[in-house]
Design a protein. Structure first.
Length: 666
């Protein structure tokens, strides 16, 4: 079972000095009101959306373990992990970030606290197994951050508890007066600076979790979870990482980024993988805290460190909505290596929110003021240099260059909703921008009308350099969706080997698109899922083909031997729509138009076939599944075959969530 790992943060207003903004990316976000720019909403101030992070004077970040455990027993009734075991495990979780050689983030568990209540803004970075009633997530990592550039002076009481939070006796954050909380050294601090971070783990009897430590204890009990998987994720939020929408590496590995917001507690392999930072996580930890970028302090190279500029380059560009003619806030951009492995993702856009200084409320800028809310669709992705194995993989060297392919997709709830990512993705959704099809970057052919949006061009990246101008324009397309808008179910469990799933598209629906003109038949989209998150949804084949139905529509005869387009095997995307980009879309469109005109094509069918061998991979032993919808208006277009395609029977209760994508000829 997949559970959400919550992430919230609180903002606090302090002094106002100057302006600062940061590029949106794999960052947890706050906002900056330093410039005091009036909002279109009377009485409000514009808040520039920015990333959050610890100031170098706060590193190493000091955490205290709350030794007062929640008195409510854990849900499984088994002995809970001891405080000593937790302390060791939590430091190891921190160290999995600390050991990244290209990042200077350093977090340590340095003491204990005895807090019988709940965590709060008190300048104690508390790790606690006590949560409030009604807390249902596995864990969360709330931070308090500055929302304006501020100057701290000796003796300042920032949290209002009567105790000074700034001391001129120190140059690095620490407990200067020995009272158990942290003090900051005096000086100027930027908006987005983290002041306090707490991490809380849920152990409530009604909705909590039992935490395990030994890989051998990893099990399929959904209320039992590997502590490292949860803690490493939460500590990523603690220093400023947002959620990632990357939940799948490649055809052999269904695991994704540690910062993906869900964890499959019923899949031990997935739990254990999520306990170690992925390439996406490592890249962003290094980009925010780059080693070798200072002559002193934590950014200075020390023994074992590697300069960020020697192991990473950056890809940057802009994402533009081809239909709306607007730069996009919150498009998901993904860099893949030449093997098709997902490496690093980012989100586009520089944005503003509206802040009410009277009550601290945060609002979207009104729809009539989109240009104020969304300043651009810029993105930046830090990407690692290529590793080359030597002597049969005995060791490898890192080259000062790498080649990448880039793709974009909307943050549309598949696989992650906008509210689970950032302010920026929510702003793009508010303005109706998360409604485009996934496509690849194809250099000079990028336009609102492209013949082949699935074509790739390689991007060369050099170590320590930024490859600029990798700009996207989303396509103007027509999607034929013979299903409702809502995912109602996922099916089918225990499907037989080699089952066919087919969706009928009557010829009349194709003829209605740009009638009398040529069309591009660009791609098919297949909504797919897996039971075990560590498994990639690999289908035997996907195809676009033709067929007929009987007078009642209950039986279909589908041509599986002469498909119009076929890909075998077909790697889908877990909890997402995966595109099958057709070769030669214009020729295919012409062929289909001709066939409809002369009567040889009565229906098109989008077809997926399940694996042909068992056992299926994964602890659950289940094949990949498809997304189902129950909208009655379109029932009767979906068919199943369990006899190798000889007979296709209509499914009367579900619609398969497959889509055909058409476009005008440019």
């Amino acid at each position: 079972m997949r559970h959400k790992i919550a992430s919230i943060f609180v903002c606090v207003v302090l002094a106002i000095v100057a302006s600062s903004s940061l590029q949106a990316g794999g960052r947890l976000e706050s906002f900056d009101i330093t410039a005091m720019t009036p909002s279109p909403i009377p009485g409000h101030i514009l808040g520039r959306v920015i990333g959050i992070q610890w100031d170098p004077r706060s590193i190493p970040v000091r955490y205290s373990m709350n030794t007062t455990l929640d008195p409510i027993p854990n849900p499984l009734g088994a002995p809970f992990i001891s405080v000593a075991q937790m302390t060791t495990a939590l430091q190891e979780s921190l160290d999995r970030w600390n050991r990244i050689p290209t990042s200077f983030i350093q977090m340590n568990l340095t003491g204990t606290t005895a807090n019988p209540g709940l965590r709060g803004f008190d300048f104690v970075n508390e790790i606690t197994f006590r949560t409030a009633a009604g807390f249902t997530a596995i864990a969360s990592s709330p931070s308090v951050t500055l929302i304006a550039d501020s100057t701290f002076a000796h003796g300042d009481d920032i949290d209002g508890d009567g105790d000074s939070d700034v001391s001129d006796k120190i140059t690095v954050m620490g407990d200067a007066d020995g009272d158990g909380d942290n003090e900051f050294p005096p000086g100027d601090y930027k908006a987005g600076t983290i002041l306090d971070n707490d991490v809380q783990f849920n152990t409530k009897v009604s909705n909590g979790f039992r935490y395990t430590l030994d890989p051998a204890q990893a099990d399929t009990v959904t209320r039992s979870v590997d502590l490292f998987a949860v803690a490493v994720h939460e500590f990523g939020h603690s220093f400023g990482l947002s959620h990632s929408n990357n939940n799948q590496k490649n055809k052999n590995d269904g695991n994704g980024a540690t910062m993906f917001p869900f964890i499959d507690t019923g899949d031990p392999a997935s739990e254990l993988a999520q306990g170690s930072p992925d390439s996406d996580d490592i890249a962003w930890a290094s980009f925010i805290y780059p080693e070798g970028t200072a002559s002193s302090g934590p950014g200075k190279l020390q023994h074992g460190d590697v300069a960020f500029k020697h192991r990473f380059g950056v890809i940057s560009g802009n994402v533009h909505h081809g239909v709306l003619d607007q730069d996009i806030a919150g498009a998901a951009v993904l860099a893949e290596d030449v093997t098709g492995t997902a490496v690093v993702g980012a989100y586009s856009g520089t944005t503003n929110l509206s802040f009410n200084p009277v009550n601290g409320g945060l609002f979207f800028v009104p729809a009539a003021n989109r240009d104020v809310a969304i300043l651009d669709g810029k993105y930046s992705i830090p990407v690692p240099m290529a590793k080359v194995p030597l002597f049969h993989g005995a060791f490898s060297i890192t080259l000062p260059l790498a080649l990448y392919e880039l793709a974009i997709e909307a943050v549309d709830g598949f696989p992650v909703a906008v509210g689970s990512i950032s302010f920026t993705t929510q702003i793009g959704n508010f303005f109706g921008q998360q409604n485009f099809n996934e496509e690849r970057w194809n250099r000079r052919r990028e336009a609102d009308l492209e013949r082949s949006p699935g074509d790739d061009n390689l991007v060369l990246v050099l170590a320590g350099k930024t490859t600029k101008g990798i700009d996207f324009v989303t396509n103007r397309t027509t999607n034929i969706n013979n299903f409702g808008a809502t995912l109602n179910a996922i099916g089918f469990i225990n499907s037989p080997v080699g089952r066919y799933y087919a969706l009928r598209i009557p010829a009349a629906l194709v003829s209605a698109v740009n009638p009398g003109e040529d069309i591009l038949v660009q791609s098919a989209l297949f909504n797919s899922f897996v039971v075990d998150a560590s498994v990639a949804p690999l289908w035997t084949e996907a195809m676009l083909t033709t067929g007929t139905v009987d007078a009642t529509g209950a039986l279909a005869s589908i041509d599986l031997l002469h498909p119009l387009a076929r890909q075998a095997p077909f790697l889908a995307q877990d909890s997402d729509f995966a595109p099958f980009h057709f070769p030669r879309p214009r020729l295919l469109g012409h062929q289909i138009r001709e066939g409809i005109a002369n009567g040889t094509i009565q229906n098109l069918f989008l077809v997926l076939r399940g694996p042909l061998t068992t056992p299926y991979p994964g602890v659950s032993g289940q094949p990949p599944l498809v997304g189902l919808n129950t909208a009655p208006a379109v029932l009767g277009m979906s068919y199943l075959s369990d006899d190798g395609g000889v007979t296709f029977n209509r499914v009367n209760t579900f619609n398969f969530m497959f889509s055909l994508v058409l476009a005008e000829v440019p």
